[in-house]
Unconditional design. Structure first.
Length: 271
């Protein structure tokens, strides 16, 4: 009997195992194959499970300012020959979009909100509370998909009718509409859209103004977005413009109306 040479034996065994090993053992590489995602994997052969793709986010980077001066927590400003301490400014934003003449980017996140009567509505989840405090100046608004060049930033100060009718106890605890984070006139009352609390240091008075009127903001903003990349938008809030023309001696209702009319001029893109 002839002996099988070692080289031939090696070839025989290699071929045998390649033929008999089940194809299931040669697993294809899974990953995110959506080129719009931040974790796009060019080498992935099949889609990953459980929606593993992560999409870029829009973040507002807020500069709280009085004119050309950025405000630090505890700073006072001169207004109407009075020393004013801005104790609190808080406001909701929603409806964020970037637009050009022929295209638009909006937040793609969604949430089901429940009103106080138990009715549910699926709506865009792009609401955020922005506050002048010592902890944060950066606010992630939500995820988006898209690319290209845009000329305008749009958002609303306030809440939509669906958002403002929400039962606070039904939303996740970290959500801006949840009781621990929300803006209320009184606990468990209806939402307010902005809260401005000022201390007239000169007179020793503390005044609070609440608004419930939504204000649409449109800002020129030339930007080119590359596919799969996050976008941080620098926004300046000028509180001198916010309180321009108010008289602390006026009826609070009159002052609130002036504040509402000033809001659209208080925002700009930070240079």
């Amino acid at each position: 009997m002839k002996k099988i040479k070692s080289a031939n034996l090696y070839w025989f065994l290699s071929t045998f195992f390649l033929l008999v090993i089940p194809s299931a053992c040669l697993e294809k590489e899974a990953g995110c194959r959506d080129v719009a995602a931040t974790n796009f994997e060019a080498d992935a052969e099949i889609d990953c499970e459980d929606d593993c793709c992560n999409y870029p986010s829009i973040t507002f980077q807020i500069d709280h300012a009085a004119g050309d001066t950025s405000l630090k927590y505890g700073d006072t400003i001169m207004f109407d020959n009075k020393v004013i301490n801005i104790l609190e400014t808080s406001f909701y934003v929603n409806g964020v979009s970037l637009t050009s003449s022929d295209q638009e980017i909006t937040v793609t996140d969604q949430i089901t909100l429940t009103d106080r009567s138990g009715n549910t509505t699926l709506t865009t989840n792009d609401v955020e509370v922005i506050s002048r405090n010592i902890n944060s100046f950066s606010y992630e608004i939500g995820s988006f998909r898209g690319e290209g060049s845009y000329s305008d930033l749009n958002f609303q100060v306030g809440l939509t009718p669906i958002q403002s009718a929400t039962d606070p106890s039904t939303v996740p605890s970290a959500h801006p509409l949840a009781p621990a984070n929300a803006l209320f006139d009184l606990p468990d009352s209806t939402y307010v859209f902005t809260r401005l609390r000022l201390e007239n240091v000169t007179a020793g008075d503390t005044l609070e103004y609440l608004t419930t009127t939504p204000i649409n903001i449109n800002l020129p903003y030339e930007v080119t977005i590359n596919r799969g990349f996050d976008l941080t938008i620098p926004i300046k809030v000028d509180y001198l413009k916010w309180i321009e023309g108010i008289n602390f001696a006026d009826n609070p209702t009159v002052t609130t109306q002036i504040i509402v009319s000033n809001l659209s001029n208080a925002f700009s893109i930070q240079e």
